[in-house]
Design a protein around this ligand. Sequence first.
Ligand SMILES: [Zn+2]
Length: 416
Amino acid sequence: MTVQTALERFIRYAKIDTQSDENSQTYPSTAKQFDLLRLLVGELKELGLRDVTIDEHGYVMATLPSNLPAGHPARAKVPRIGFVAHVDTSPSASGKDVRPQVITYTGGDVVLPANPSVVIRASENPELKNNIGKTIVTADGTTLLGADDKAGVAIIMTALQNLLGNPSLLHGDVRVAFTPDEEIGAGTKYFDLKIFGTDFAYTVDGDTPGELNKETFSANQAVITVHGRNIHPGSAKDIMVNSLRAMADIIVRMPKDIAPETTEGYEPYIHPHVLHGEEAESTLKILLRDFNTPGLEVLKKRLEAIVAEVQALHPRTRIELKIIEQYRNMKDYMGKDTRVLDCMWEATKRAGLDPVWKPIRGGTDGSRLTEKGLPTPNIFTGGQNYHGPTEWLSVWGMDKAVETVTHLAQLWVEKS
Ligand SMILES: [Zn+2]
């Protein structure tokens, strides 16, 4: 087994196109994700992991068995922990022919070579200043980089190699899972918690070094449908009921101070994001987001009030409001055992960073796994600017994540 750095692994994975596709009817959504998933099966076996499996859906799992000696006080008690990363990249930018640029960052803006109009600006990237004199990786300006989440894959693989190569680093059973289709919201669709078989898990899918995530939004989708009546405009007098006119009155009433573009931190929002319509019927999809789950009910009431007001203005239309549950704040389901959070905090400190808890204004695969009973907070990777051509990766940050994961496996032994 040749020892490899996280950077060497990352470059290899980044060159493999694994873009997922939200319009696909198959699972995984694109067959090319198997290219990386199957490569990982081979690499996990080569590293010496046990029970390396890939199922029909593409989920790759493997075990690093406990190396605790007989008689060690934690041997019977240490929980099984898992690390999870996704192999797919976002449909919002091309992931084909990614050409990673490994550069020493010397300050200022970074102009990408194949498209000089794509610039990673120092003014928009406060993390750059922590990387002066260090190595960063960018794409060439024509694609995304795919640090989201191939950095997470490289971090987990490298931490496994550290643990396997240093028997003095004591750990319990560690499971790993590499998953497809996270970027289209389906990363845990067929994730078998029984087969994974861990008590706690961590996704390695964050960004800024030191930032840890134990809270996500709670999320519902609202769908407003306006039913009207269509007829040829030439004979429409007193007959046509144009749903678009009522829909316009609805949209204009959406609160502008509770919108994604005007809020941050723990603030909730109502976000109208997809509109379809013609005279007979129009529909509006709206994202409702709040860290406080009961707050979703308050957002729903705002929509009900808007619908009632507009219904009165357009009595010949019929307006429906439907709420679809999406995901829940992982904090609601994290459970009583605080070790899952304490260990990641302490591991980050041992890696020499100042940890901070950062609420995620979105969901993660961990939101759904946590809700299903597997507490799964999220660890940073060192990547930035996900889902677009200015994505970049701090190699220093990635190496800190490798240290954090390596410490984390050992900390569970100490805390058991
Ligand atoms: Zn991700």
